[in-house]
Design a protein around this ligand. Sequence first.
Ligand code: NAD
Length: 344
Amino acid sequence: MPVISAPEITRFVEQILVAAEVPPHKASIAATSLVASNLRGVDSHGIQLLPFYVDQLLAGEMDPRTDGRVISEFGSCLHFDGQNGLGQWIADTCCRHAVRIASAQGMAMVVARESNHFGAAAWWAQKMRAAGQIGIVMCNASPLVPPWQGKEGRLGTNPICMSVPGPWLLDMATTTVAAGRIFKAMINGKPDIPPGWAFDSEGVPTTDTARAYKGMLMPLGGYKGSGLAMMVEILCSVLSGGAMANELGGIRFRGKTVRVSQMFMAIDVSRFMPVEEFTARVERLVKVMKTTPTAPGYEEVLVAGDPEWRREAERLRNGIPIEQGNWDALCKTAARVRVTAPVV
Ligand SMILES: NC(=O)c1ccc[n+]([C@@H]2O[C@H](COP(=O)([O-])OP(=O)(O)OC[C@H]3O[C@@H](n4cnc5c(N)ncnc54)[C@H](O)[C@@H]3O)[C@@H](O)[C@H]2O)c1
């Protein structure tokens, strides 16, 4: 399995994006955020996404040159039209607006429509955290999930992410797992996935990777997951006036633009208490969780963010292992746009 350092793979990803006609400053934002996901061990939302993005770009189904535009800004509310631009650029722009508005108003709610896939939500929510704010980020996604008791995809894996000053960061799909975990199994030739992840195309639960790849994802916790996905849908697509539910395309499907909507909320902690005090309170709360006696079979209690921070420390030290199927797909994509792969 190739192992590559974060700076080296970031350069490679950036070169591929530029060769696919993404302006260099946008390619740099996208490459950095994708590799950040691999660093955190969230490989489903790292470089694995690039071949799909390049397919979209080469098919002319995304416009990497547009910057998007602000439709309106009133007080703490900003409405953005992504104009089918690069998802990472739109997310970066919206986060900058959210941080600016929350600094001035105490809170900000930015909703974008006509956007594209922005990778892992955590990268964006952490922009607010870096400014001493609470960041909440959501987006809708291609309709690969039936609502509970249904057997046809209507909702997306609609992630919810919240990042705060302090050692806690929740970033989760509203399905048992993100779709990218099934794509990863497929790309790397793993025949089986764990039970509880997916349905086949008839709505029957399956552990067969190929059937799941053509099938659907399971809502998280049954009807509660469907409820959360609807909440995301309402805050993203309904509120922004964007494409809803099965009106969306998907990064794997050509002939239709993706048209996702995204929501970026920022809360300025200092309007309530000094950031240091807030951070200390979060630390105290986390400690209460971590000092819980462990259940049989477990050595410790973790909180959201722990697995990824640990993985990040390790991968920054030792490099990022890329599964062979993902590496081959990346090199194939590089060849399509005439970029030479680094020797690994
Ligand atoms: N852009 C999109 O369209 C889209 C759609 C869906 C998901 N995603 C992304 O997919 C990524 C993966 O989502 P997922 O749901 O598969 O993640 P996951 O199930 O691996 O983790 C979800 C959360 O649980 C926490 N966690 C994991 N193990 C834990 C433990 N033992 N104790 C306490 N907390 C624990 C993690 O820190 C994380 O915050 C996310 O980055 C998400 O933003 C993106």
